[in-house]
Design a protein around this ligand. Structure first.
Ligand code: SAM
Length: 302
């Protein structure tokens, strides 16, 4: 059961059409539904990131925990921050953000798969909560956040929906405050239509959800076009499923747990290896970018 109580939520001002559920209690019983887009064995139908979570992976973003840490260093999270995280997944970054003891933390995610993990994390921090909503329509008040973070969630969206999420980040941020993204990048910058189509089709087929990485200038253009200035850009290889990255992301124990699940779960193993195969096929054309952007003040006009 998901608790839904907007009256206890000091920040939320959702429109009636924007249905939200707020998860604030560690005691709330949270549905553990795991659903994909097709019928059949779960391992065959789950979206790639939820399959990886089922196999024991906790870090679900393309540049790994190391790029997340570098991004957070560039952002400079502090105790005065009111943080909103779009698409927190199973909460790896949420835990890092909450370790800085910010004034508030709000995770925004429309999907149920991460609810149990996120429920446990927000339940341990009185200033943390989850809002069940699309990041393009959070229902959060204008200029209420000092920091918005989103990792590996824009890549999955078509261009106009990417823009809508970036616009929403701009709406809920105070001027002069930061929006940090960590997403999949496409190379080279002049990648032709054929390469783009093949790569998007190949990855989307493997992960069972659309994958639409952008080049660095395209990510930058999108952010600048929605009212941000770029403060920092960082790049790492897209090595999500490479053994060294798995150890770096999950630690030795987590990597062993993941390897054990790969041995025991043959349907899961087949899909994970198919995902890795296509990531390797396009290794030269894929990377991970983290971008820290700052919401322009009106007087800075553009
Ligand atoms: C690939 S996972 C990444 C999870 C986590 N950010 C990480 O990097 O480990 C994508 C996350 O985005 C969430 N998501 C997908 N569409 C979303 C949307 N429109 N608004 C907010 N979150 C969304 C998914 O439910 C999931 O939690």
């Amino acid at each position: 059961m998901i608790t839904s109580d907007m009256s206890n939520n000091p920040h939320a001002s959702g429109t009636p059409s924007n249905k939200q559920s707020v998860i604030g209690s560690r005691h709330a019983q949270i549905a553990q539904s795991v659903h994909g887009q097709r019928s059949g064995p779960e391992e065959q139908r789950l979206q790639g990131h939820w399959l990886l979570a089922k196999m024991g992976k906790r870090v679900l973003r393309p540049g790994g925990i190391e790029l997340t840490r570098a991004m957070l260093d560039a952002v400079g999270v502090n105790a005065d921050d009111d943080i909103v995280e779009f698409g927190p997944g199973v909460g790896k970054t949420a835990a890092l953000l909450l370790a800085a003891n910010p004034r508030s933390y709000t995770g925004v995610d429309p999907n149920p798969e991460g609810e149990t993990a996120m429920g446990e994390i927000v339940g341990e921090h009185r200033q943390a909560r989850m809002v069940k909503a699309d990041a393009a329509r959070t229902g959060l008040p204008n200029a209420s956040a000092s920091l918005v973070i989103g990792e590996a969630m824009l890549t999955m969206l078509p261009l106009e929906r990417k823009r809508a999420v970036v616009r929403e980040a701009a709406r809920i941020l105070k001027p002069g405050c930061r929006y940090a993204i960590h997403e999949m990048g496409l190379k080279p910058e002049d990648a032709d239509r054929q390469l783009r189509n093949d790569l998007e089709r190949g990855i989307s087929r493997a992960i069972h959800v659309g994958a639409r990485p952008l080049t660095l200038p395209e990510w930058v253009d999108m952010l600048e076009g929605e009212g941000f200035d770029i403060a920092a850009t960082l790049e790492r290889p897209m090595h999500l499923l490479e053994p060294a990255r798995i150890v770096s992301d999950e630690g030795f124990g987590g990597a062993v747990r993941f390897a054990g699940n790969m041995i025991r779960n043959s349907a899961g193993r087949k899909r994970v290896l198919a995902m890795r195969k296509v990531f390797r096929q396009y290794d030269a054309n894929l990377c991970a970018y983290a971008i820290v952007a700052v919401k322009r003040r009106k007087t800075e006009g553009r």
